[in-house]
Each structure stands twice: as structure tokens, then as C-alpha cells.
Design a protein around this ligand. Sequence first.
Ligand SMILES: Nc1nc2c(ncn2[C@@H]2O[C@H](COP(=O)(O)OP(=O)(O)OP(=O)(O)O)[C@@H](O)[C@H]2O)c(=O)[nH]1
Length: 381
Amino acid sequence: MSSGVFRARWVRLTRPPVGLAPERRRSYQIFIHVYLFAIATHLAFIPVFVALDVVALMLLNLTCIAANVLAIVLHRQGQRTAALFIKLGMVSALVVLSGMLLGGETGCEYFFFVILFEVLISDLAHRLKLLFGGLVISLILASEHLLFGSLGSWPYSELSRELLFSLNVVATFVLFMFIVLQVYTITEVTERRFRTDATHDSLTGVLNRRAIFEKAEGCWQAAQPFALLLLDADHFKSINDNHGHSAGDEVLRHLAQLLGRTLREDDFIGRVGGEEFLVLLPEASMDEALSVAGRLRNELASCPCRLESLALSVTLSMGLALSNEGDKLRDVIDLADRRLYLAKSSGRDRLLAQGGENQGEQVGEGVTARLLQGVPTKDNA
Ligand SMILES: Nc1nc2c(ncn2[C@@H]2O[C@H](COP(=O)(O)OP(=O)(O)OP(=O)(O)O)[C@@H](O)[C@H]2O)c(=O)[nH]1
């Protein structure tokens, strides 16, 4: 099997099934790896049991592999308690039988620690964890005092017993290490994904409304000057109506990508409404903000959103306000919003960076024309 095919299968197996509740995904990913590590360990023990020539252990070891495969299937179907019960039940039986047939001085009891650890990191209900944990501890005690060595004693040389002891110790520690690393890695990845989901818009990938306002609030609190550019796609409803909602979604994604390409690394973009974006330009002067808006218009004019045979052009109306134009952040945002509204009501496809100080203000032709002159377009840039 080529490495590409192997990787694709691995990803498919370890990816949580569609429909699995988000709070179960982390545990699913951890346990899929636990089952796979367990299968690898049982495979590694096949030659050991063959060398020892104990048929019962050989068969039970193979049954454990099958139990882990079954556990994967059950866990994927959401039956995680049954999966864990089968997996841990079989391995406990193997540990106990090994101890009974080979004696307790072979180190097989170390596997009880891994079993207990697996119970504790599972997402079973607390009382089930306590119940399973109690069972494992009882099994450890019963094995040590009653069961181990009851059916036989070590029939080989002392050296081979020490070798098996070392192998069991190494195997349990390696398993333990892999599981802990896996828990840590998957927890990190999951937390990162939750953080991204909580702060980003799922359609366009830019910041969501709350996150972009928090960024603006951060600049405001730090008394860092900034420009706010509020922009809205013109006649967006007609794109949805004429080409379908998914074409509209594609245009929004295209807009977000274009914004990302046009802005500096320190700037922030957020989607604050259906087809409305807020751009935060820290430390930007009026001239710099106008130049950003101009670049954006040029980019948009030269790169329409391409959908199969369609090229969907969209224009933007924009309202620009500087942080020093208000006493409160809310005032600056409202000013940018009023200027956007004026840009819309005065014909769309334009930027307003003046006016709108008074509620209900009408924009005059002169103001719009003057501001558009300030914005470099493809022709005059
Ligand atoms: N495809 C898509 N459409 C959306 C989304 N969010 C909002 N919309 C649509 O965006 C449209 C916005 O319409 P309007 O508020 O009338 O604005 P408009 O057609 O752009 O008109 P003006 O803003 O006045 O130029 C509505 O049809 C919404 O259904 C979205 O996530 N995806």
C-alpha cells in the first residue's frame, strides 16, 4: 500500500464519524489511537507467546486483537461503554491467565496500570469509571494473592523469565507513554479548534463579529490609533436570487480572501453581518486607510468571483472612520456605520470618510465626489 493510500485510510479511521457530538470527538480520537496501540502491542507479543509455546495464551492474544477491532467498530457506532468493556475485559483476561500459567514474577501485572489508566481517561460517566476502576483494583489484589501461579510455574530458565519481565515492563511503559502523549496532543488540537471556532466565521474564515469588536476594543483600551472600514456588498440579494445561495456564499468567501490578500499582516478582518465586513487598521492614518480602500476596489474590479463559467462581479459600499473621531469606541463604529449607510443611499460602489456626524444626515453629491477622488482607482492609481 502506498504511503498516500495508507495516510488517507489512517485519516479516515481516526476522524470522528459524522454526527458524533462535539464533546465526544476528543475522546473518540484518543481511544481510536489506544485501540490501535493495543493491536500493535498484541501483534508484537505473538512471537513471544509462540516462543513460550502456551496455546491458551496464543489464542487469547489473538482474541484480544479481534476485541480491539470490534471495539473500534462499536466506538464508531457510538457504543463506547461496550467497546471499552470488551477491549479491557479481554486484556484483563489475558493478563490474569498469563499470571496464572506463568506466575506473577513475569511483570504481566504492570498491564493493570495501563488498564486502570484507560478507564480513567475514558469519557464514561464518573460512577462507571469508579465501578470499572474498583473492578480493576479488585482484580489486581485477587491476582496477586490468589490467582497468579495457581495453574503452573515458570518452566524455563531464569534468564528467559527476566527477559519476559523486562519486555512486559518496557511494553507497559511504552504504551503508557504513547497514550499520555496522544491525550496531550489531541487535547491541544481540540482546544485550538474550539478557540478558532469561537472566534472565526465558519463560512469565510475571517474573525466573527464578537472577535473583531474585541480586537477594536483592545486597540481602544491601549489608546492605539486605528481606522475602521465598514464595507458591505452591493445588491448582494440579487446574487442569491439569480444564482443561488451557494453562489452567494462563494462570493462572500471570495471577498474575504481578497480582503486578506489586500491588507497588511497587522490588520484584522471580521464578518459582522450577512454581507458586511469590518476591517480594523491599527495605526493607519486617513491617507493609508483611503489607499487600502482603493486597493480593495481595484482588486475587486480586476478579480471577479469565478464560478465555473460565471464571473460574478460585486461592488462595495464603504464607510470609514478614525479612532480620534469619537469619544467612545461605540461612537466610532456608529460613525463608520452611518457613513456606510450614506454611501449606500447616495448610489453605492463608493467610500465615505466624511459626513454622517449627525443622525439622519443626507450626503451631497459634492462630498461623495470629493471622497471618491481621494480613493485611487485602477485608472488613477
Ligand atoms: N449566500 C448568503 N447570503 C446571505 C448570507 N447572509 C445573508 N445573506 C443574504 O444577503 C442578502 C442581503 O440583502 P440586503 O440586506 O437586501 O442587501 P443587498 O441586496 O446587498 O442590498 P444593499 O445592501 O442595499 O446593496 C439577503 O438576501 C440575505 O439572505 C450568507 O451567509 N450567505
